[in-house]
Design a protein around this ligand. Sequence first.
Ligand code: MSK
Length: 642
Amino acid sequence: MPKELKYADEASKKMVLKANEENLETVWDRYEKMQPQCGFGLMGICCKICSMGPCRIDPFGEGPRTGICGANADTIAARNLIRMIAGGAAAHSDHGRDIAHALLMAAQNPSSDYTIKDEEKLKAIAGIYHIQTENRDTREIALDLARAALNEFGQQEGTLVMAERAPEARVKRWKELGIMPRAIDREIVEIMHRTHMGVDTDYRNLIRQGLRACLGDGWGGSMIATELSDILFGTPNPIRGESNLGVLDKDKVNLIVHGHEPTLSDIIAYVCQDEKLIKKAKDKGAAGIQLAGICCTANEILMRHGIPVAGNFLQQELAILTGAVDLMLVDVQCIMPGLSSLSNCFHTKLVTTSPKAKMPGVEHIEFHEDHAVKIATTIIEQAIENFSKRDGKRVVIPKETKGLVAGFTSESVFNFLGGKYRASYRPLNDAVIAGRLRGAAGVIGCSNPNMEYEEGHIKMVLELIKNDTLVVTTGCNAISCAKHGLLQPENAFKYAGEGLQEICRAVGIPPVLHVGSCVDNSRILTTLTHVVTEGGLGNDISDLPVAGAAPEWMSEKAVSIGFYFVASGVYTIICRPLAVMGSKNLHDYLTDGIEKEVGGKWAFELDPVKAAHMMLDHIDRKRKALKLKPLMYEQAYKPKDI
Ligand code: MSK
């Protein structure tokens, strides 16, 4: 049965139909072929960490209740889950390490292709690391900061400096629980040790280590990635852009950058404007060079340069199906191996660039920071060269595009909300206290063929903004929101509740604020901290009327992000549950018991509108606990159970 998308943006629907017509396989076809999926895997109760196995637990029938070693469902599910945290935290943090390394090279080498773009932020972050900034050369400060950040990955003493940025009450709680992260790599290694056969079998103790590792991601590796990227590439400011596959141009050389790291893509954004390269493209018969992004590499260059976004995770194959992509450059994370065979069905040249992420049969042009411009030029030249191989008869570019405003950060967003002369978080806190805003929600994360594409993202976000809840977004949710017009300020009047509309009107912002890529979820952590510090909404993140969600989550990174929000005190909901349903004890702990310890907890709800209502109920419970005024405007959703 050919797959048809029911809810997604029109461009994606058209491209899936094109794939069906041409009998080309996409992620949705592979998902169908995989059905039914393994129930033991879905419930988290298969174990293959030693060669006595694989073992699987039968939680309901007469089958085995333990593996061959005697591990029960609680142990097996908890071990599997925290190994997912390790995978996610490792991916984010290794990205952070690479950014710190790029900063180090920029500081050491005056002729580096990288320069310090935000000196103010360099000094601010150096201050957090207790680095002397007065009367010192920028490069010296950057060198000290890069070394201090790199040291946090492997330090043998102390705890992470960035984690101390959290509200005092939060840090105290982490220290009491023994989950203050010590070193980024160490926490990941310790997960691998504890989950080795015959080590930690107490599911609560295993989750504790998972919490410590994910905090090392959110308040460590990811935060280093975000802050140091801002220093190197510039802190974003609100910026206009375009989204969806219609940003590809049939007359130009189309170059797509896909993955996560900005180190090469940021340079490409500059080099693409080189007159000599544009002339080369014209000499080949093209009208110019069109650069666009997919996934979080897209978010990085959208936030800083306004480069258009071609699509999110589930659109990477659809971009190639247009027949108009001359070169797709991939770096790391969320790159489907299926791209390789699909690109062979078109003229599209696929190029890997990271030594950590090669693909069999795919050309590899290795990226090195010390000659970034040269490598970027080579890749663009190859895209230009490949333009002449394009088969015009196979080109189908959907016309759909949608304008957007992105580029919000913990600095710009709420200073923006405060207005030019009152740059502070006060107006935001006051809007919540007065009941104009109900609260805020972070809605983030991937897309997954196990759900109707974009239905989870869009229905949830619409329900939240309709009920006067300001939404902040990152990653692939941000791109879905963009394609559906939710990052357009004027659409506040179409979709938002009256209170949120007033705020959007007063400061000209969209009802959904795009704050960046997956690592930039750390911007949400710093924003929440600023809101606590501003006062009037409690002493800790867990007091705030806020909630988080990743409705269509897919990757291990999403598990780590979800856990670091829970560990930071945020109620966090996902549609498809974590793989814990085979362990009642673990399920109950994560969705209930853990709240007494860290102030946040998990919830699972397949229906995105019901999930949004659960978030609103939670926000209302927090409002009630803070004794805030009633909401200013009649709400569409009437809360239950508070
Ligand atoms: S890219 S991790 S599919 S959000 Fe950051 Fe999108 Fe999820 Fe990758």
